[in-house]
Design a protein around this ligand. Structure first.
Ligand SMILES: Cc1cc2nc3c(=O)[nH]c(=O)nc-3n(C[C@H](O)[C@H](O)[C@H](O)COP(=O)(O)OP(=O)(O)OC[C@H]3O[C@@H](n4cnc5c(N)ncnc54)[C@H](O)[C@@H]3O)c2cc1C
Length: 305
């Protein structure tokens, strides 16, 4: 969203992402011929800003209605999986995938961004969207000295973990018709059938463990975690798993956040920290954060030009 906005402002934008595919935590994976969302599961337009930003994407069919939750709020999902929304946003931009940024530094007021330990790009401004602990680790690895107030605020931000199991079953399992169940079991807090999202014709299930279970078992061997999660779901079905894959999200959702929409420092060069650990919630909060930071960088560029 931020990159698109900067592009619309007429700025030259380069997106560098370590992921092999578009999406980040809006993750969709292929497994056994099925697509499964295994990061964010739904989108909720919970603020006027979110409604304004996402309405064109609904009108264009990029995101579509999924189900109405227990508080009568419409939940949406990416039409071809959650990652398809990010792929759509990245269309036409200069994007480098499979490119891990490992060092950022400034030379004569310009950012030098090195990725994959070999390629360096130069830029006037930098906008960082990874979960804040990852952005801070990158700053530390780069020997960057951040403004103490900015550092203190960023350093307070905390995320919860989420163990997620993707499973293809041989037969349907007993979920509500909309394919979403808040099961509440620690090893299977939420269960989603990706078939109900139109992503597959198979019974392709995403199971998310609770934050407490995920914290406790984050380092537990995969087979043990998978057995615990599958046993929890076995309470619902006697279908057999055909294939399964575990994903460990170290930074799933921010639980301690900053109250501003983004944090920006201009010394030695403009740098904005953005994402879902600022004001707002989850994906829509991250979108608003990115857009506001993009506006701030653009305005800063105009003032100093
Ligand atoms: C299990 C789970 C469930 C969730 N459920 C929901 C939900 O139901 N609804 C909802 O709205 N939100 C949900 N979220 C949160 C939502 O996914 C995030 O709020 C949103 O995706 C944040 O987007 P972002 O672009 O700010 O960050 P990210 O999606 O994390 O994007 C950051 C990007 O930075 C890249 N990156 C990181 N470090 C580097 C580096 N050194 N070099 C290059 N690239 C790097 C990553 O590859 C990634 O693509 C969930 C998240 C998880 C993990």
């Amino acid at each position: 969203m931020a990159a698109r906005k900067l592009h619309q402002f007429g700025m030259k934008v380069t997106v560098i992402d370590k992921g092999r595919n578009f999406g980040g935590r809006m993750a969709t994976r292929q497994m056994n011929g099925s697509r499964l969302d295994h990061g964010a599961l739904s989108i909720m337009l919970d603020t006027p800003d979110a409604e304004r930003i996402f309405k064109p994407l609904i009108d264009d069919g990029i995101i579509q209605p999924w189900y109405i939750d227990e508080r009568q709020r419409m939940r949406y999902h990416g039409a071809d999986g959650m990652a398809s929304l990010i792929r759509h946003l990245g269309h036409g931009l200069d994007v480098h995938l499979s490119s891990r940024v490992d060092r950022i530094s400034t030379v004569d007021g310009q950012w030098h961004v090195r990725f994959n330990e070999q390629t360096t790009l130069q830029a006037d401004m930098l906008l960082l969207t990874p979960p804040v602990p990852q952005s801070l680790a990158l700053s530390a690895d780069s020997d960057m000295v951040l403004d103490p107030d900015v550092y203190t605020r960023l350093n307070r931000i905390r995320y919860e973990k989420c163990l997620t199991l993707m499973v293809i079953y041989d037969r349907p399992i007993g979920l509500p018709y909309d394919g979403f169940l808040a099961f509440g079991h620690p090893a299977a807090m939420k269960i989603v059938n990706n078939k109900a999202k139109g992503l597959t014709s198979q019974t392709a299930i995403t199971i998310q463990a609770s934050p407490e279970f995920s914290e406790q078992h984050f380092e537990t061997p995969s087979q043990e975690v998978e057995d615990l999660m599958l046993s929890a779901v076995a309470l619902l079905t006697n279908s057999k798993p055909l294939e399964q894959r575990l994903h460990r999200w170290r930074y799933s959702q921010a639980v301690t956040k900053d109250l501003d929409y983004y944090l920006m420092t201009t010394n030695p060069a403009p740098l904005a920290f953005t994402g879902d650990s600022f004001a707002g919630r989850q994906l829509t909060g991250a979108a608003v954060s990115g857009l506001k930071a993009a506006e701030a960088l653009h305005n800063y560029g105009n003032v100093t030009a």
